[in-house]
Design a protein around this ligand. Structure first.
Ligand SMILES: NC(=O)C1=CN([C@@H]2O[C@H](COP(=O)(O)OP(=O)(O)OC[C@H]3O[C@@H](n4cnc5c(N)ncnc54)[C@H](O)[C@@H]3O)[C@@H](O)[C@H]2O)C=CC1
Ligand SMILES: O=C(O)C(=O)COP(=O)(O)O
Length: 597
């Protein structure tokens, strides 16, 4: 009988790129459980191979198009479990690296807390992310990505379908005919041509609705505080105020996201300012309408008809008075439900989730800066430099000094507008905080964690003359109001200061305090201050040599010959305590520090 054995690879080495701004370095952690019976060599080797091949696990919690599923399966273990209760989701999530949902799953704070840090990315196969607790995702360093473009046309077409169906009582008349009636006079409709349609929210869906409604001969006004006027003009749409839009419209179509600012923005007050007999379409989110106020407006005749695809509670309770209202046409959140849109969002979200698991910066990130791939590849060595400078500078702080403020200076000959520093700031923060805490830091949560720890990070860009071939000349990190374990790291202006540059694609430390140094930031570093004199390099070198510690780099930065100097030694291996003590005991060495990268 075949032996049974199992293993759980919590994270897999090949999928979590160690240089990733999303994932902690060294996050590989495997747990193997085997039966007490000893396994043959062949089986052991099979387990090892399986672990090396271990794939991330992606929980798909709602139905996803085949194209997306196939893509996910080519890289990950895919668990399609639909209709999970909140408790079941919380239980499963601790075994998943990624979660994919549509609008029917609430990804609450509990989900992130239950994941135990394993959940790296939540993919929303659609646009609206109001069902995902973004603050909790950010606090847990979990990236949220969506699929913002593939269902635009489907949602716009559904909006137009509801608009025309409502105007001509299609749903009510259909039900009436099916019940054996023939009520021609009851279902006289209204015409669309020449009527004013107010598009509320002039984003992707809103503008496609506007385009199509123009084709129906409607006059379109739009309200969107953030939409560019030239985009509206190019479609022949006038951008107007909220008041003007709702008070002039014969038809109103809603296309804004549900946010704290838009929640219940269509309330008693708004309905009271609308034209009597207005007709409303909602393909956005139920929550943007105060549903009880809409019911009152329907009953009083201010609103003649409403066509609703979305509800505050989905599915709405069976006795929901809006759904049952004779002047309401309702569909069960079908805006994105065409086969074309579902294949599209599935592919779009699968690519974004896989990209994020591979450590790429997602173009559709919702809670992290979107850094285009070409910018990322150019910044890659500076990303590494920023993290290493953070790691170095924090090790130079004397124990007991609370770090409160950090200044990061970027020197560049590029215009500040062309330099996106968010990624670099996140990596300095990562370097600073990870060695002294148990949290892991990435681009998603770095600002949050820094703020939570009371760290004030200020940034400055020094504009240099010269060719802007490289994005940066140097990065400086300074910590003010602290004591240093290595007094020479304190600059003339009183802060601990380190500075680095990228040379031949590799990060180098080029300044410590006021001393110029030059050491490649690999392995570890020993900094020694001494009075510049012959023979010292040899003494330190032979202590390290006796210990079989390989020196990768050595430079001496000095104020003047035979004056104060700082020797920087890069080492591939960590010297023993005894070796470090021997270096410290060399009489001409005034201070030294060993720094791990
Ligand atoms: N029923 C369904 O199946 C679907 C529903 N949707 C909903 O439609 C919404 C819009 O989708 P897209 O057009 O793709 O998003 P989008 O982000 O391209 O457009 C949203 C627009 O709303 C605007 N906006 C924000 N606050 C506003 C306010 N207070 N007043 C007016 N406008 C405001 C924004 O500036 C933006 O231009 C989504 O957030 C989602 O909730 C989207 C797709 C399918
Ligand atoms: O994309 C959106 O915002 C939608 O509302 C579509 O939702 P669904 O993916 O169909 O549950």
């Amino acid at each position: 009988m075949a032996s049974t054995y199992s293993w759980t690879a919590l994270t897999s080495s090949h999928c979590l790129n160690q240089q990733s701004p999303f994932f902690p370095s060294g996050s590989l952690s495997c747990k193997i459980s085997v039966p007490s019976r000893r396994l043959s060599k062949a089986k052991r080797s099979l387990i090892v191979t399986a672990i090396l091949d271990a794939k991330p696990t992606i929980l798909v919690a709602e139905k996803l198009g085949e194209a997306g599923l196939e893509l996910l399966k080519s890289f990950a273990n895919v668990d399609c479990s639909y209709n999970l209760s909140p408790e079941e989701l919380c239980t499963k999530i601790s075994l998943c690296d990624a979660l994919i949902v549509r609008s029917g799953t609430t990804v609450s704070r509990d989900v992130f807390e239950s994941s135990g840090g394993r959940l790296k990315v939540v993919g929303r196969a659609g646009v609206g992310i109001d069902n995902v607790d973004l603050s909790a995702a950010t606090e847990h360093g979990c990236l949220v990505v969506n699929a913002p473009t593939a269902n635009t046309i489907a949602a716009a077409e559904h909006g137009i379908a509801l608009l025309t169906a409502m105007a001509r009582n299609i749903a009510q008349a259909d039900a009436s005919v099916k019940s054996g009636k023939w009520q021609r006079s009851k279902y006289v409709g209204v015409s669309l041509v020449g009527k004013i349609l107010a598009v509320m929210g002039f984003g992707k869906v809103g503008s496609e609705v506007a385009r199509r409604a123009k084709g129906l001969g409607m006059h379109i006004v739009a309200h969107d505080p953030y939409a560019p006027a030239d985009r509206a003009r190019s479609i022949g749409v006038e951008l107007v105020s909220f008041d003007e839009a709702i008070s002039t419209a014969d038809f109103i179509s809603l296309h804004m996201p549900l946010t704290p600012a838009t929640s219940k923005m269509f309330n008693d007050e708004a309905f009271s300012r609308m034209k009597k007999g207005v007709r409303i379409v909602n393909v956005a989110r139920g929550g943007v309408i105060d549903e009880e106020a809409l019911l009152r407006a329907l009953d009083s005749g201010i609103v003649a008809q409403a066509a609703l695809d979305v509800f505050t509670e989905e599915p709405p309770p069976k006795d929901n008075k809006l759904v049952l209202h004779e002047n309401v046409t309702a569909t069960p959140h079908l805006g994105a439900s065409t086969s074309e849109a579902q294949e599209g969002v599935a592919r779009e979200v699968a690519e974004a989730v896989l990209g994020a698991l591979k450590g790429e910066l997602a173009a559709t990130a919702v809670n992290a800066p979107m850094v285009p791939a070409e910018v990322l590849s150019e910044l890659a060595p500076y990303v590494s430099l920023a993290e290493k400078l953070g790691r170095l500078v924090v090790q130079l702080v004397a124990g007991g000094s609370g770090i409160k403020s950090i200044r990061i200076t970027y020197a560049s000959s590029r215009s500040p507008d062309d330099l996106d520093t968010r990624l670099l700031r996140a990596m300095v923060t990562k370097g600073l905080i990870e060695p002294i805490s148990s949290v892991f830091i990435n681009l998603v949560n770095s600002d949050f964690i820094a703020k939570q720890r009371g760290l004030k990070i200020t940034e400055e860009i020094i504009l240099l003359d010269g060719s802007p071939e490289n994005p940066l000349e140097f990065i400086q990190v300074q910590i003010a109001n602290v004591e240093s374990r290595f007094a020479s790291a304190i600059s003339d202006s009183g802060e601990i200061k380190v500075e680095g540059r990228v040379k031949d694609g590799k990060p180098h430390l080029t300044k410590v305090g006021s001393f110029d140094v030059d050491v490649s930031l690999e392995g570890s570093i020993i900094l020694c201050r001494q009075v510049d004199q012959p023979g010292l390099i040899g003494k330190v070198g032979s202590i390290l040599g006796e210990e079989n510690v390989n020196v990768s780099f050595m430079t001496v930065g000095r104020i003047a010959p035979r004056k104060q100097a700082v020797m920087t030694i890069g080492v591939d291996d960590e010297p023993s305590r005894e070796a470090l003590k021997k270096i410290g005991d060399i009489s001409s060495i005034e201070e030294f520090v060993f720094l791990k990268l």
